[in-house]
Design a protein around this ligand. Sequence first.
Ligand SMILES: Cc1cc2nc3c(=O)[nH]c(=O)nc-3n(C[C@H](O)[C@H](O)[C@H](O)COP(=O)(O)OP(=O)(O)OC[C@H]3O[C@@H](n4cnc5c(N)ncnc54)[C@H](O)[C@@H]3O)c2cc1C
Length: 469
Amino acid sequence: MHTHRADVAVLGAGPAGCVAARHLGQAGVDVILVDGAISTGSHHVESFPPSGAPLAEDIGLLSTICAASDGPASAMMMNWRDMSEIRAFEGDGPLLLRREALHSALRAEAGMHARMLQTQVRKIVTSDDAAEMTTDEGAIICRMIVDARGRRALKRQGSDLVALPFDARGDVPDYTMWLDALHNGWLWAASLGGGEIHGAIFQKASALAGLSSQGRRALARHQLLHASAFSNACDLSVGPPAAAGLSAMRDPVQSPRHVLIGDAALARDPIASHGLVHALRSGVQAAVAVRTILDPTGDTQAALAFLRQKHVEAVSSAREATARAYRDQSRFTGPFWAERSESIDAKTAPQIGSGPVTLADPLTRAPVLETDRIRWAPAIALPAQNSFFTQHGTVTARDIAVACRPAAPLQEIATRLGRVHAMPIVFDVLQHLTLGGAFAQAVPLPSNKPCARVTSHPSSREIMRDNVS
Ligand SMILES: Cc1cc2nc3c(=O)[nH]c(=O)nc-3n(C[C@H](O)[C@H](O)[C@H](O)COP(=O)(O)OP(=O)(O)OC[C@H]3O[C@@H](n4cnc5c(N)ncnc54)[C@H](O)[C@@H]3O)c2cc1C
């Protein structure tokens, strides 16, 4: 059998693996991209949120994604709260993507920069400076493995939420999405042109246990009867059930030679959407981390810490978004809904008074992406967001630490920073830090004192979170 050699083996040519392989290959790294599947299986249509477009554009894949799309959804019909709702998108709806077309377009992009190998990976062994995989097509020896094999990459706790994918035809408006709460689950579907409907019914795995494919089809038929838009749907077919619950690996760094990305590291519950955006983002982050590790002058520890930190942030924001989406549902009550509505991670920043404040923790360090390498930078811990602040615009963590000496009311800290930096950015940063729990009172707050607030600009938290770094 053949032995393949490469600097990096990317395992899994889904969105995450394709992006990582393409990025590494574009940077001149010798990459082999390995995938065992012939078809993408499972469900057929996904939505790509408009908030993912800037990232896709940054990494040069927006036109590829658009080309794999049948166009944006024009409306979302929701039976999620007490009253039915129609959300019209007016041109900025999520893109409806055919999964198969998306995967093959991304594979074609990756194939321009990486060698492709169609085979199933069976076993991985890593040492201090190399990794070896056993596949059906022989061995692969490399220096780093980027593992993007999706939910099945490594053994993990079974998900109690499964998706039963279905396709049907019906007399429904074109390019529309539906979100319906059911007694013990929920349904998402999208129509393309000509009455073509694709969707999935999400429910507890136990609801499908022991059912044959005919039994699953009968169940789907019964459940669709309760979704008003699909009660007359015909040509119904169902696909194999797929795990769909939120599932996160504890550590995305399996060893210094083996890192997990995309669904292999964190599989989001589709109720919180953004699985594709997470896959793309983690592919880029891994590529930069791997380039740092392969660079003899790069800091491997900073690169691995970067991947861990991004994972912690992604897991906590996925948990928050998932619980929020389930909590938002008000048509049904019951254990299915209650179990999923609880926020596990929810932390809130300590309230600070209008008196003098200081940093809650001393300045520390966090890994940051700078140009195309990861390095350490001075940082302020944001415990309420499981993250760190290093810099926003011209304002650095060190600037904040200096402005906090001596302790002073928040407004005074803003004035000190405003002598050197533009005021709007100072307000943005202080608001972000306050929400993140960066500050503590320098003297205990009397119980009747009002709470401090910096005024004026909307939080930049989402902006800071949403970019690749
Ligand atoms: C029912 C459902 C609906 C969803 N809807 C949406 C949506 O509307 N919008 C959205 O953004 N996200 C959605 N998601 C999530 C989205 O599909 C995933 O987040 C995304 O596909 C993850 O990409 P990935 O590259 O990490 O993994 P995957 O897309 O799972 O790719 C993994 C690849 O690894 C390969 N592989 C696996 N094991 C091996 C092996 N041993 N050897 C070789 N190759 C292997 C597989 O063949 C596959 O090509 C949905 C998920 C589900 C289950």
